[in-house]
Design a binder for this molecule. Structure first.
Ligand SMILES: *Cc1c(COP(=O)(O)O)cnc(C)c1O
Length: 386
């Protein structure tokens, strides 16, 4: 077999080694507490599942769906954006349902990136931003997210020759892995920067509904001129604990949405219709589950941050997202630290280096594990004490 060079360009997947180690330990009967997975532990709310089961019985839903989704779903997404962010979107031109945000993010690279092209990518960042760019033959230019800048990229630090050559800019707030949030003044600067250098902006926003202490994150689309330069990816995964159902959306710039539609209509055949109907129910039905999930995460957040600080790891409670981004003591790489913690305490965390060089010096802990497991994990951390 002669496989593509494109595959060789993908960097080795850093989590593979740790995941293999966890699997080995579990196979030996060891009990591993994992803070490493960003996937809600609480099931999808039952009113959504009941609707999905009913929709699955419907023969009309047993056929190929349309690539751009049910008109009723695009409508429901539009109404949700209006209600939540006060933003009006055209359901036919400015909204496209996706098989999860990740699918759209990966494919958007194909709409812009030719071999040798540049995409501006946050570092640390969700790996799909750079992997999509690399698979399309392009090169990521990493924008460091420094703690002293609130984990926002310093746009002034991007060399003008890079900004002029770049075609895409990726940003993501509330942020994975740092838990940082952005306000409208930052998004306004991004729009201005994109106009100056003729860049397309992709804002990835799956955590706008996972927020604490009464805080409500903003949407990139709230900047009046945002839709002239960019789109926002969103998802039902984190808002409604629907990661397993694979459904998300992209909204904003009509030209970008049409380009993504053209790529997708040649690669996939849409989202199973019963799942689309469950998504309509989720977006337009009871929203109480969001507050319930958030108060659960908030309690866990406060306990875990307290424990991390007690063992000498610097970490602040995030305003949004379900991640704690904790600074590790000097003298360790994040990989060494995570490996020791796993070997000595049976606790799995994600080493920051897995999100790029800018993640070195940190580990990420997710709040998506059941309370009793979280308590046990905290007890092990406290007993481990470096
Ligand atoms: C979870 C996550 C996604 C993926 O969402 P899906 O809709 O499940 O594909 C996208 N971006 C970030 C930053 C995430 O953490």
């Amino acid at each position: 077999m002669k496989m593509s060079q494109r595959l060789d360009k993908l960097p080795p997947y850093l989590f593979v080694e740790i995941n293999r180690k966890i699997a080995q330990k579990r196979a030996r009967g060891e009990d591993i507490i994992s803070f490493a997975i960003g996937d809600p532990d609480v099931p999808t709310p039952s009113h959504i599942i009941n609707w999905l089961c009913q929709a699955a019985q419907e023969p009309a839903n047993h056929h190929y769906p349309e690539t751009n989704g049910l008109p009723e779903l695009r409508q429901a997404i539009g109404e949700w954006y209006k209600k939540r962010f006060g933003v009006s979107l055209s359901p036919d031109k400015e909204i496209l349902p996706l098989i999860g945000a990740k699918e759209g993010i990966g494919h958007m690279a194909l709409c812009f990136i030719d071999p040798g092209d540049i995409a501006l990518v946050p570092d640390p960042g969700y790996p799909v931003f750079s992997m999509g760019t690399i698979l399309a033959g392009g090169e990521p230019y990493f924008m460091p997210l420094a703690e002293k800048n609130g984990f926002l990229p310093d746009l002034k630090a991007i060399p003008p020759r890079i900004a002029s050559k770049a075609k895409l800019m990726w940003i993501n707030y509330p942020n994975n892995p740092t838990g940082a949030v952005a306000e409208l003044d930052f998004f306004e600067k991004v729009v201005h920067f994109a106009k100056q250098y003729d860049l397309a902006v992709c804002h990835d926003a799956p955590y706008t509904e996972v927020a604490f202490d009464g805080y409500h994150p903003v949407s990139f689309m709230q900047v009046p001129e945002a839709r002239e330069v960019g789109v926002e990816f969103h998802s039902l995964s984190k808002t409604y604990n629907m990661t397993g159902w694979r459904i998300g959306m992209v909204v904003g710039n009509a030209q970008m949405i049409d380009a993504l539609f053209r790529v997708k209509s040649n690669l996939d055949s849409g989202i199973p219709q019963a799942i689309q109907q469950a998504a309509i129910k989720a977006l337009s039905g009871f929203q109480d589950c969001i507050e319930e999930h958030n108060s659960l995460y908030q309690r866990r957040r406060d306990k875990l941050v307290k424990a991390l600080n007690a063992i000498g790891l610097e970490a602040r409670p995030p305003k949004a997202s379900f991640y704690i981004w904790a600074r590790i003591p000097k003298g360790y790489t994040s990989f060494e630290f995570a490996t020791e913690l796993l070997d000595e305490a049976g606790v799995a965390v994600t080493p920051g280096i897995g999100y790029g060089r800018g993640g070195e010096g940190y580990i990420r802990l997710s709040l998506t594990l059941p309370d009793d497991r979280l308590e046990e994990g905290i007890n092990r951390l406290l007993a481990w004490q470096k």
